[in-house]
Design a protein around this ligand. Structure first.
Ligand code: KIV
Ligand code: NA
Length: 267
C-alpha cells in the first residue's frame, strides 16, 4: 500500500513545480491517470460528461459517492477530491458537514470541493475545523449557471474581478488547502495567485496559476465541441468511432469472432 498525496503537501507546492490535476469518474480512467497526477478530482462535471445532463445542477449526492468510490478503487497515489453537488452545502455549515462527512466516509476520499461564493467562508472554516480538507472553486461557478445566465468566462470586468479576488481571499483565509480558478483572464489569475497563500489550480485561467486541471474526457477528445481553454491531447471520439465501425463491418461480414477468439471443444 502506497501513501497518497495529502492536502498539506498540495498546499506546500504553492509557487513551486506546477500541480498536475485531472478529473476522473471511473476506476479504469483513475488507474491510467493516477501515476501522472498529484490530484484527481471527482468533479460534478460527471453529470454532463457521463450522464448527459444539461448542467451540473442535477447531480446528486448518490452519484458523487458512487463515482468517488470507483475512482478511489482505481487510484493509488494521487490525492482524491470529490465535488459536493449543488444543494448539499450552500445552506447551513451543519448541512455542509453532514454532506461532506458522508462523502468522505462512504468513498474514502481525502477532501471535498465546494464552489465558493461570499457565503462560503463560514462553511469552509466549519469543515476544516472538524477534519475535512476543503478545496474551493471561484470564478466561473457552473452550479450558479442559472444566476450567471450560462457558462461564460468570468473576471473580464473590474467588478467581477474584484468579487472573484474577494471570494478567493476569503476561501484561503477560511482554511481551504487550494482553490480552483475557472474561466478568468490571465490578469485576474495572476492577481488571485499573488493574493492568496494557497495554490491556485487553473481551468481556463492561463498559466498564471500554481497548477492546472481539465475535464479528462474533454482533453482526451471525447466530445466534438469543447471550451476554448481545452487543448485536445487525444482523439478518443475518432478512435471509438473507427473501432466500432470496424466491429460492425466485421460482424456483418462474419469476420468476427476470429479464430483466436474461439473456445475449442476439448472432449
Ligand atoms: O466538476 C469539475 O470537473 C470541476 C473542475 C473542472 C474543476 O469542477
Ligand atoms: Na465541479
Amino acid at each position: 500500500r502506497t501513501r497518497r498525496v495529502t492536502a498539506p503537501q498540495i498546499t506546500d507546492r504553492k509557487g513551486g513545480e506546477p500541480i498536475v490535476c485531472l478529473t476522473a469518474y471511473d476506476a479504469p480512467t483513475a488507474e491510467i491517470i493516477d501515476p501522472h497526477c498529484d490530484l484527481i478530482l471527482v468533479g460534478d462535471s460527471v453529470g454532463m460528461v457521463v450522464h448527459g445532463l444539461p448542467s451540473t445542477v442535477g447531480v446528486t449526492m448518490d452519484m458523487m459517492i458512487m463515482h468517488g468510490q470507483a475512482v478511489m478503487r482505481g487510484s493509488r497515489t494521487a490525492m482524491v477530491v470529490v465535488d459536493l453537488p449543488f444543494g448539499s452545502y450552500e445552506g447551513r455549515p451543519e448541512t455542509a458537514f453532514a454532506s461532506a462527512s458522508r462523502v468522505m466516509m462512504e468513498t474514502g476520499c481525502q477532501a471535498v470541493k465546494i464552489e465558493s461564493g461570499s457565503y462560503a467562508a463560514e462553511t469552509i472554516d466549519y469543515l476544516v475545523e472538524r477534519g475535512i480538507p476543503v478545496m474551493s472553486h471561484v470564478g466561473l461557478r457552473p452550479q450558479s449557471m442559472h444566476v450567471l445566465g450560462g457558462f461564460r468566462a468570468r473576471g473580464r470586468t473590474q467588478k467581477v474581478a474584484d468579487e472573484i479576488l474577494q471570494n478567493a481571499e476569503a476561501a484561503a483565509k477560511a482554511g481551504s488547502f487550494a482553490v480552483v480558478v475557472e474561466g478568468v483572464s490571465a490578469e485576474i489569475a495572476e492577481r488571485v495567485t499573488k493574493a492568496v497563500d494557497i495554490p491556485t489550480i487553473g481551468i481556463g485561467a492561463s498559466q498564471n496559476c500554481d497548477g492546472q486541471i481539465l475535464v479528462t474526457p474533454d482533453m482526451l477528445g471525447l466530445f466534438p465541441r469543447v471550451p476554448k481553454f481545452v487543448h485536445k491531447y487525444g482523439q478518443q471520439r475518432d478512435q471509438i468511432d473507427a473501432a466500432v465501425r470496424q466491429y460492425a463491418e466485421d460482424v456483418k461480414a462474419r469476420a468476427f469472432p476470429k479464430p483466436e477468439n474461439l473456445y475449442v471443444f476439448k472432449d
